[in-house]
Each structure stands twice: as structure tokens, then as C-alpha cells.
Design a protein around this ligand. Structure first.
Ligand code: ATP
Length: 365
């Protein structure tokens, strides 16, 4: 039986388990032998992997996180680490990998495949594998699935986990709003997303935030503090009891200086005399059970990943499974990684601007 490895890598995200389950079950349907590689690339380097039976993945759909573990593995960034990883793959008889992770993990996957031939040559030259193994495992197939709460990957409209994280943020902000209204307070809520403002942007839309900072759209003016305070003062003067500002963790000003939540809070307190607080949502955004969308996306993309493993030839570039216009897509992984550095958020900026007009008719254009 042909053996395929599955690993989850980078930050965990809700729906990764759905993808693991789908890959394992579809592999069994297709007569393959699926193996879990534990803790991302660390499991490859340390040789921690085992077969998963059909029943091993029952009950996974509703679980957040990833039951096969994830890690950030420094050793895999170096050729020596990838050499050991290649040796363990060959020793365990694995010639195909499904990698579920963010852009870093998929970059690592692509690198492993690009170096595969030379890694095997080095293993053979140092007697860590034999001639038969060199010939049997001459090609490594890799398929990438994007698991990330940040929704920061090109070539897919949504990443597995981002919608559940958004739900978590909305729940938290709803709770904060109740107390903010009761006390007449201003809250600065910091959300995750690294260099991508998708979570902040969509959360601001869904929770009717009064002001928003995202990395992709720094304030256009130097004196953004005055601009923000003038707007929020108007809301306060008009009788609005609470103020909600959402700050993406990677927010910057036009000189690329970070905009810190505490700084925004201090401005609201000093200039507008608000009782202002910061809430950093942190890892609660990754927690909890996945929403329907992430269960669905993980499942359909996991199924497709197995199809792509079976279809791959030595010549086909490693694919990344995405979704676009509600259709599952398959693009070269390397292209998606390259494009990722050139795109901003996946939401349509014009639609968003229209929705934000609902905050205050005076600002409608
Ligand atoms: P998230 O979006 O949640 O942060 P990610 O996959 O982008 O997920 P990273 O920390 O960038 O997270 O990468 C995860 C792991 O992938 C790293 O710890 C490392 O093992 C591997 N990796 C990342 N970049 C490379 C690279 N350029 N070469 C080899 N391996 C890499």
C-alpha cells in the first residue's frame, strides 16, 4: 500500500482537524495508508509518526486545534534538518505529504520537494539509505492546504480557521460592548492577524466599530490622532455612550511605525476624557470548536488533497488547494507563496467602505 504522511504546522487553526480527518478517511477509501506526523516538521526531524486507522479520526470534526500537534521547527529551516526529515520519510516508506499550515509551512514544504533529489543523493553518499531506497523514493509529492486564522494567503479566498476566529472575536466584542455601554467606556480591542488586517477589518464590520487600524491601510495623514479624536468626539457629543476601536496586531502608521493599542487608549483618555481600556483578545481567537465553514472547508479540501496526491506526476508542481468563488481550486504552491507577499486582504475594499458608511450617515459619500 502506498503510504502518505499528514502534518499540521505553524499556528493551529480551527478546522485543521476536519482536514486531517478528511485526508485520513479518503486515503483509506482510495486504498492508501495514511500516517500522522506529529508536531509539524518537528515530527519529521525527530521521527515521530504512526499510521492512522479509520476509527482514529472519529469525533474530530467538532474539535478546535489540531490533534496531531503543531510546532514551529527551527531545525527544518536548515538543510541538515531537512536531510534528517528526508531520511525518516524514506525509512518509514512515505513518498507523499499533505501539509496543512500557513505560508511559512508551505514554503518549507516546497523547499523540501525542490531539494528532494539532492537530499537523497547525500543520504546515499553517506550510507544513510541504500540504492533500492534511492530508486523507490525518487519522487516526493506534496500537497498544501492553508490552515491559518489570519486569512493571509494568496490564491484562496479563505483559509481554514479564519471564519471561526472571526466568530470568536465577534462573541468577545459583543461581551465587551455590554460592559462598555453599562459604564460608558471606550474599549480598544486588539486582534490577531500578524501582517494581515483581515480579522480586524471583518470584525470591525461585524461589530460596528467606531475606528479601525489595519496594516494594509495605514492612516494617510501624519496627525491621525487628531483625525480619530475629532471623529470620536463627534460621536460622544451626539450621545453615543461607548466607543469601540479595533487594532490589528500588525497595525502601522504611514511611517511604518507600529500603532500600539495602549497608545490609542491613552489618547482616548487624555484627549476625550474617556474611561478607556485595552482588551487584547490573544489566543482565545484560536480556541473553541470550528464553525460550519471551517469544517466544510477542511473536509472538501482534505478530500481534494488525496485526489491530487493520486494525480501527481514527478513533473507536476506541488499544488496548493484553495477556494475561489465557492469552488475548490488547485494552484502551484510556489506561485501562491510568491503572490502572498503582493496581496493585501481578501475582502473587497469598496464593499467594506460602503458598509462602514452605516456607522454615520454624515460620512456617506
Ligand atoms: P502561521 O500563518 O499560523 O504563522 P506559518 O506556517 O506561516 O503559520 P511559520 O512559523 O512561518 O508559520 O512556519 C512554520 C514552520 O514551517 C517553521 O517553524 C519551519 O519549520 C517551517 N518553515 C517556515 N519557513 C520555512 C522556510 N523558508 N524553509 C524551511 N522551512 C520553513
Amino acid at each position: 500500500k502506498r503510504r502518505i504522511g499528514i502534518l499540521t504546522s505553524g499556528g493551529d487553526s480551527q478546522g485543521m482537524n476536519a482536514a486531517v480527518r478528511a485526508v485520513v478517511r479518503m486515503a483509506h477509501v482510495k486504498g492508501l495508508d495514511p500516517w500522522a506526523i506529529y508536531d509539524g516538521y518537528q515530527g519529521l526531524v525527530d521521527n515521530v509518526m504512526r499510521p492512522l486507522a479509520w476509527a482514529d479520526v472519529q469525533g474530530l470534526l467538532r474539535l478546535g486545534g489540531t490533534v496531531i500537534g503543531t510546532a514551529r521547527c527551527l531545525a527544518f529551516r536548515e538543510r541538515a534538518g531537512r536531510l534528517t526529515a528526508a531520511q525518516h520519510l524514506v525509512e518509514n516508506g512515505i513518498d507523499a505529504l499533505v501539509v496543512i499550515g500557513g505560508d511559512g509551512s508551505l514554503t518549507g514544504a516546497d523547499r523540501l520537494r525542490a531539494e528532494w533529489g539532492s537530499l537523497l543523493d547525500e543520504l546515499l553518499a553517506t550510507n544513510r539509505i541504500d540504492q533500492v531506497q534511492r530508486a523507490t523514493y525518487a519522487h516526493l509529492n506534496i500537497v498544501g492546504l492553508v490552515g491559518s486564522i489570519d486569512n493571509d494567503m494568496s490564491s484562496t479566498d479563505m483559509t481554514i480557521g479564519c471564519v471561526s476566529a472571526l466568530h470568536r472575536i465577534c462573541e468577545a466584542v459583543d461581551a465587551i460592548e455590554a460592559t462598555a455601554l453599562s459604564h460608558g467606556r471606550a474599549f480598544v480591542v486588539e486582534v490577531m492577524g500578524r501582517h494581515c488586517g483581515w480579522l480586524a477589518l471583518t470584525a470591525a464590520l461585524a461589530s460596528a466599530a467606531d475606528w479601525l487600524f489595519v496594516p494594509e491601510r495605514p492612516p494617510l495623514v501624519d496627525n491621525w490622532e487628531e483625525e480619530m479624536c475629532a471623529h470620536l468626539k463627534k460621536l460622544k457629543d451626539r450621545g453615543q455612550k461607548k466607543i469601540l476601536v479595533i487594532v490589528s496586531e500588525g497595525a502601522i502608521d504611514k511611517n511604518l511605525k507600529p500603532i500600539k493599542s495602549e497608545y490609542v487608549r491613552d489618547l482616548l483618555a487624555a484627549k476625550l476624557k474617556f474611561d478607556a481600556r485595552v482588551t487584547t483578545l490573544g489566543h482565545v481567537q484560536r480556541g473553541g470548536s470550528p464553525c460550519f465553514y471551517d469544517r466544510y472547508l477542511g473536509t472538501v479540501q482534505g478530500v481534494r488533497a488525496v485526489d491530487e496526491i493520486l494525480r501527481a506526476t514527478p513533473e507536476t508542481p506541488s499544488p496548493m488547494i484553495g477556494i475561489s468563488n465557492n469552488k475548490i481550486t488547485v494552484e502551484p504552491l510556489v506561485q501562491a507563496v510568491t503572490l502572498t507577499h503582493a496581496v493585501s486582504t481578501a475582502i473587497d475594499a469598496k464593499d467594506f467602505a460602503r458598509a462602514m458608511e452605516l456607522r454615520d450617515p454624515e460620512f456617506a459619500t
